[in-house]
Design a protein around this ligand. Structure first.
Ligand code: ARG
Length: 476
């Protein structure tokens, strides 16, 4: 009995091991919506071009509608023998509507079919990820808006450097996620191109209307122009769009991972800057006092997994001769897992930072809790305003290098008294330079330090407010 699409030529069946080794149906079945959409667009065009009859087209539509409802209800029987999502759906179609089902594959190969499916599926996932990225950015901007005047130590080398506002710090992540969204939107443009019509590798003899199929599938640019793969060999064989997407996803995860690392540090008792809601933490089975930041830790860990997928995909491509090779079946699991991991992570971070909407109050609750006092106390340690004293001396006429050296002496003196620069009496400060006057104490205050960093993109509250406004306009 014939169980495979190409059986006539084969003198022996596949062993069970080889069947399992070569089959993809257990993971690629998630492409079913894209597969049906691609098949319907192809069949509609075949009918419009007179390649199949109107009756065949009607049968195909009817059969696909039934298959769709079978899959949705879980009644569809996926068969390992039929290898992949494409052959499973086509076989069922033929079972349901007979010859029309057998005509569907006219002018098409699984090679251009699978490339189309993956592109359609990924395009829609990129859109979903874009929406989640906006949600996360909004959550960060909302928390930032509350903390324009919350002062924390800014670090370089994880050593206290200069004071910044917590809002300013959060907005740095908003910039990163905004660029991630740009990268994904750019990858989407190259993903949303139609391989169908490439057939197995060389194109096809049938008078296909590729542009029509592209339009049906929404594979068009901003001006509505159909986007077609322009070389059939390339159309069936490259997966650069998937690699590019995974690279953008990896960068996004790296940004999440940096944020995670900071949350984990900030939650440590030695910082005590923030808390996240209990539902994002776990306890310890031995230490009763523990509340561990599992979610940020896992996100940091899962970043490795996504970066691993990028390495997997890019390595998958490197030795392949033109055109299609079965190697490409291995693109799916890493790509699917990348999408799943990124979506879950973005969703969970938006809620962990921004909280959950309480329908009763119409407000978001249970987001990140910020301990402004602990942040400000930490900013008082480590001579965060030493640069401000140097700048003050420059304004009094000292060359910057001399001012830098003078302040280094003052810091050393403060260290030996175990106090802050602002706690040194004026007479002591004046011993370092006679130009220092009583107005120095404004300069040495954290707030004073923040207020004067007014360059565009700086940490001064007026600048930070302007950035929040810009992001709010952009995010709608
Ligand atoms: N399952 C295959 C894949 O994922 C579909 C294409 C198979 N084409 C072929 N000529 N064997 O790539």
């Amino acid at each position: 009995k014939k169980s495979q699409a190409w059986s006539a030529l084969f003198s022996e069946p596949m062993s069970d091991l080889v069947k399992r080794y070569t089959a993809s149906v257990f993971f690629d079945q998630r492409l079913w919506r894209a597969d049906i959409a691609g098949s319907l667009a192809h069949a509609e065009m075949l009918a419009a071009q007179g390649i199949i009859s109107a009756a065949d087209w009607a049968d195909i539509q009817r059969g696909m509608a039934q298959i769709r409802s079978e899959i949705e209800s879980g009644a569809f029987e996926w068969k390992l023998d039929l290898e992949d999502v494409h052959l499973n759906i086509e076989a069922r179609l033929t079972q349901l509507v007979g010859d029309a089902g057998k005509r569907l594959h006219t002018g098409r190969s699984r090679n251009d079919q699978v490339a189309t499916d993956v592109r359609l599926w990924l395009r829609d996932e990129i859109d979903a990820i874009g929406a989640l990225l906006e949600e996360l950015q909004r959550a960060l901007v909302d928390v930032a808006a509350e903390h324009v005047d919350t002062i924390m130590p800014g670090y370089t080398h994880l050593q206290v450097a200069q004071p910044v506002s917590f809002a300013h710090h959060l907005l740095a992540y908003v910039e990163m996620f905004a660029r991630d969204a740009e990268r994904l939107a750019d990858a989407r443009r190259r993903t949303n191109r139609l391989p169908l019509g490439s057939a197995a590798l060389a194109g096809t003899t049938y008078p296909l209307d590729r542009a029509r199929v592209a339009r049906t599938l929404g594979m068009v640019d901003e001006r509505g122009e159909p986007q077609l793969c322009q070389n059939s060999l390339d159309g069936v064989s490259d997966r650069d769009f998937a690699i590019e997407f995974t690279a953008a996803a990896s960068l996004c995860m790296v940004h999440i991972s940096r944020l995670s690392e900071e949350l984990i540090l900030w939650m440590s008792q030695n910082f005590g800057f923030v808390q996240i809601a209990d539902r994002f933490t776990t306890g310890s089975s031995i230490m009763p006092q523990k509340k561990n930041p599992d979610v940020p830790e896992l996100a940091r860990g899962k970043t490795g997994r996504v970066v691993g997928h990028l390495m997997g995909l890019i390595t998958l491509m490197k030795g392949q001769p033109l055109a299609y090779n079965k190697d490409n079946q291995e693109d799916k699991e890493p790509l699917f897992d990348t999408v799943d991991t990124l979506k879950d992570t973005l969703r969970i971070f938006a809620e962990m930072i921004g909280g959950q909407l309480n329908p009763a109050t119409g407000r978001k609750e249970g987001g990140i809790r910020v301990h402004a006092v602990a942040m400000e106390e930490a900013a008082r340690k480590g001579y965060a305003t030493a640069t401000d004293l140097a700048d003050y001396l420059v304004k009094k006429g000292l060359p910057f290098r001399d001012a830098h050296e003078t302040v280094a002496h003052a810091v050393k003196a403060a260290q030996s008294h175990a106090c802050d620069l602002s706690e040194l009496p004026l007479s002591v400060l004046q011993a370092f330079h006679p130009a220092i006057g009583p107005d120095v104490y404004d300069v040495l205050s954290l707030r004073g330090s923040l207020d004067v960093r007014r360059t565009l993109g700086g940490t001064a509250p007026e600048q930070v407010r302007a950035q929040i406004e810009r992001h709010r306009q952009r995010l709608g």
